[in-house]
Design a protein around this ligand. Structure first.
Ligand code: SF4
Length: 791
């Protein structure tokens, strides 16, 4: 039986920081892409990644210059408040020639003009593609600045450089402070740096600093206006609360002569006190112990009184250093059985002390491929802390401890203990609001190819491919630097919550770094694949392409041959590049799977359905399709059996539920003589939209993927509608198209068609409405996950 990799605290301490095992090193293996690894794989996917962090300056806006796969998660950021984002979507020519660069000044001008209120700064966010193209962003920003007359700054999202001396998150911290100008210093002013969100209002740090004579305690996360932002320049010193902001602090010291002092977030009460005393000494001030210390001590005592005594798993996706928090808990007398984290040399001071008092605590890597076989049943853990630990411990008490508002000091200890106590008592934790807001009305009128000012990117081809492969027992590798995998599995794949899917699915990121891409190091990818193949049971290997291999021209055929030879495993590759839409990626994948695995032979009595993925259907809708067909129904892909796909050439008939299944169905008909039929029953919500629309009367416009749109058209006609036009953003299906139907490619074209088409009723995802604000008819919302990410 395969086991997940771990080291005990004692073993790790004995190895020392010079001999950290490879499984904890990120460049030696594929990255397991479960939700537990999401923050690593795609720091932009949730919380404060580059995209949100870049908007920390009040009234700033961001233009994302990227293949659609890089911007797909934007609608999920900031609770769906996307008004501060615009997107210049790159096509397949842009990503290899860099021709998009010429459009940037014009796109920035159209973006700025589309906002009701003039932004304070435009952030231009670029991706791995421009990293590989060697784009001089400083120059691009200067040209854009000339076009709009307001500051334009670069934000680098490229995950390829995550392990470099200055990774994207360090850059963005510099960028958001870079607009500050020298001002007269105020000896009573200090800035707190390190987090994008503010500290908890009741952190005693404010009281401690006031006790030191500091009157103005400022944080970027509390600045509501540009004037408040510029007051940050008055600080006498910056107090660094996280090492992540060291580069930004150094930049401010150089540029504005603001020195910095660093302290860190701790959960050991005695160490918190010592740290405040040291700070007082550095500042030449007197320190008076805050009353919050007592509250923290009392909360710890209450935590230790919980019965039965909790056994903790501490993850890394939380507001703490996993090793320091574990050490603090063990020192208080609690039991920590497991830690999820990838120890860095600087963590060894905690690990060594932990090894002395809790030598058997197991330290797992979230990112190791072996975590795909982690089994909760074998663990004694009863309380899981951190989003990653929660993922592995479905049956434990959950304490995510990852709110955006940052806990700090004694109050963090108190609040942490209270959170654990409440969770153990079964009380819900209060959710912190998390929203970036600007809220201008968007007016979208431009003719720039690929520019989106209102509609966030739809699901890309990479997500379409991954959605087809996810339930299959494949060793699936997204050939990317981490961010694409995070976008796909964190945003476009909802089935992690369904145990039967999550158990089976082993999706990895190749974890490419800049030198892998520049040198085309396929051999390293092969080594990683071979290691992962030893750890998971997979029927075949599947590669999903992303923008990085598209830019460097990866030879997938050669890779497939290599995999088959070295791993003795069938392999397929889908050459998606992140610039196209999900239907194309799904379609390629269905076709590839059928061509590779479907076989002739004894006819079987079942019927098959091609084209069902969560990008088009909810679980309920998928099951409705099954119920609407008589007999033994194989929902290829959804049912998760490669053996079903193997039978696809021998079934009585194949049904096509979305346009993405059509090419594969045609192949199966031609090759094996299996007939196909298009079939897409409408859901209850959709049927009620049909009755509402038919009551409305007049000209109707249905916007969806082609098969579903056609199902609407038929249902509307049956309900008596006289004139129904179909529009789609996805690849049209010739046999379903009628005169007057339209294929949308650009936002402005879409806006004109909807606003000026004389439609009395539009049936479409509500997210599209933003792009046609002057449309005055009825809009019936039919959510389409591939469009809005909403169900
Ligand atoms: S890792 Fe993928 S999503 Fe992230 S910037 Fe690179 S290409 Fe885009």
């Amino acid at each position: 039986m395969k086991e997940p990799f771990f080291k005990t605290a004692a073993e790790l301490a004995a190895l020392g920081k010079e001999n950290i095992p490879d499984a904890f090193r990120l460049d030696t293996h594929l990255i397991y892409n479960s939700p537990a690894a999401l923050d690593f794989n795609s720091p932009g996917a949730q919380g404060y990644g580059v995209k949100r962090a870049g908007l920390s300056v009040p009234d700033s806006v961001m233009l994302l210059i990227a293949p659609r796969s890089c911007g797909r998660n934007t609608s999920g950021l900031a609770a769906g408040d996307t008004e501060r984002f615009g997107w210049l979507l790159m096509d397949e020519t842009d990503i290899v020639t860099g021709r998009h660069l010429k459009k940037i000044p014009e796109a920035v001008r159209a973006f700025v003009e589309s906002r009701e209120k003039q932004p304070s700064v435009v952030m231009l966010c670029i991706t791995c593609v421009d990293a590989l193209l060697g784009t001089d962003m400083e120059r691009v920003c200067r040209r854009a600045e000339e076009a709009v007359g307001i500051p334009v700054r670069p934000c680098y999202m490229y995950a390829l450089t995550r392990d470099s001396k200055k990774p994207p998150m360090a850059y963005v911290r510099e960028t958001v402070y870079s607009l500050l100008r020298p001002r007269k210093k105020n000896p009573r002013a200090v800035n707190l740096m390190g987090y994008f969100a503010p500290l908890s209002d009741d952190s005693e740090l404010y009281e401690v600093l006031k006790g030191f004579g500091l009157k103005y305690i400022r944080e970027l996360g509390r600045c509501k206006t540009v004037d408040e932002y510029h007051e940050l320049s008055e600080a006498n010193f910056n107090l660094l609360l996280s090492a992540d902001a060291r580069d930004a602090a150094a930049m401010l010291e150089k540029k504005l002569a603001i020195p910095s002092v660093e302290i860190t977030r701790l959960y050991e009460i005695d160490k918190i006190g010592s740290q405040y005393k040291s700070l007082a000494r550095v500042l030449g001030a007197d320190y008076k112990e805050p009353s919050m210390k007592n509250e923290a001590e009392m909360a710890v005592a209450e935590l230790l009184a919980i019965t039965p005594k909790p056994v903790f798993a501490i993850g890394s996706r939380l507001n703490a250093n996993a090793f320091e928090l574990s050490l603090a808990l063990v020192r208080y007398g609690a039991e920590v059985a497991e830690i999820y984290g990838d120890p860095q040399p600087q963590d060894f001071s905690y690990i060594r002390r932990l090894a002395e008092i809790s030598p058997d605590t197991r330290i797992y890597s979230n990112l190791s491929p072996t975590m795909a076989v982690y089994d909760e049943e074998k663990s004694p853990v009863t309380v899981a802390v951190g989003r990653d630990a929660v993922y592995y411990h479905e049956n434990a008490v959950h304490v995510p401890w990852s709110d955006e508002t940052q806990p700090f000091g004694f109050s963090a200890v108190r609040d942490f203990c209270r959170a654990v106590i409440s969770a153990c008592e079964g009380k819900e934790q209060e959710k912190q609001p998390s929203k970036v807001s600007l809220g201008e009305k968007i007016v979208s009128s431009h003719e720039i190819h690929g520019l989106r000012l209102a509609i966030a990117p739809f699901a890309p081809d990479t997500s379409g491919a991954a959605a087809v492969l996810f339930p299959l027992d494949a060793l699936t590798v997204i050939v990317d630097a981490g961010g694409c995998a995070g976008n796909i599995c964190g945003f476009d794949e909802p089935r992690w919550d369904v145990k039967s899917f999550a158990k089976r699915s082993t999706v990895f990121s190749a974890g490419l770094r800049d030198m892998d891409a520049i040198m085309g190091r396929d051999d390293r990818l092969m080594e990683k694949l071979a290691l992962a193949a030893d750890e998971v049971d997979a029927s075949f290997a599947a590669l999903i392409g992303t923008p990085v291999p598209a830019v460097i021209g990866t030879d997938y055929r050669a890779l497939v041959r290599l995999i088959e030879k070295r791993l003795q495993l069938p392999a397929v590759a889908v050459d998606t590049d992140g610039t196209k839409l999900y239907d194309e990626g799904a379609s390629k994948t269905w076709e590839t799977l059928m061509k590779t695995f479907a076989t002739a032979g004894e006819p079987c009595d079942a019927v098959g359905v091609i084209g069902v993925t969560p990008l088009d259907f909810s679980s309920e809708e998928a099951e409705n399709i099954r119920k609407s067909i008589d007999g033994d129904v194989l929902l290829y892909g959804w049912d998760g059996e490669l053996s079903n796909i193997k039978r696809a050439g021998r079934v009585k008939k194949n049904y096509v539920a979305s346009a993405s299944g059509l090419r594969a169905a045609k192949y199966l008909e031609k090759k094996f003589g299996v007939p196909y039929e298009i079939l897409c029953p409408l859901s209850a919500v959709e049927k009620s939209a049909v009755s509402e629309a038919s009551e409305q009367g007049g000209r109707m416009l249905v916007i969806h993927e082609p098969v579903r749109a056609e199902a609407f058209r038929k249902a509307l006609a049956e309900a008596g509608a006289a004139e129904v036009t179909v529009g789609t953003w996805f690849t049209p299906v010739r046999e379903l198209s009628r005169d007057g139907d339209v294929h949308f490619k650009e936002e402005a074209q879409f806006a004109r068609f909807v606003e000026q088409g004389g439609f009395s009723c539009v049936i479409a995802d509500a997210a599209l409405r933003k792009a046609a604000p002057r449309y005055i008819g009825v809009w019936l919302d039919v959510p389409h996950f591939a469009v809005s990410g909403e169900r």
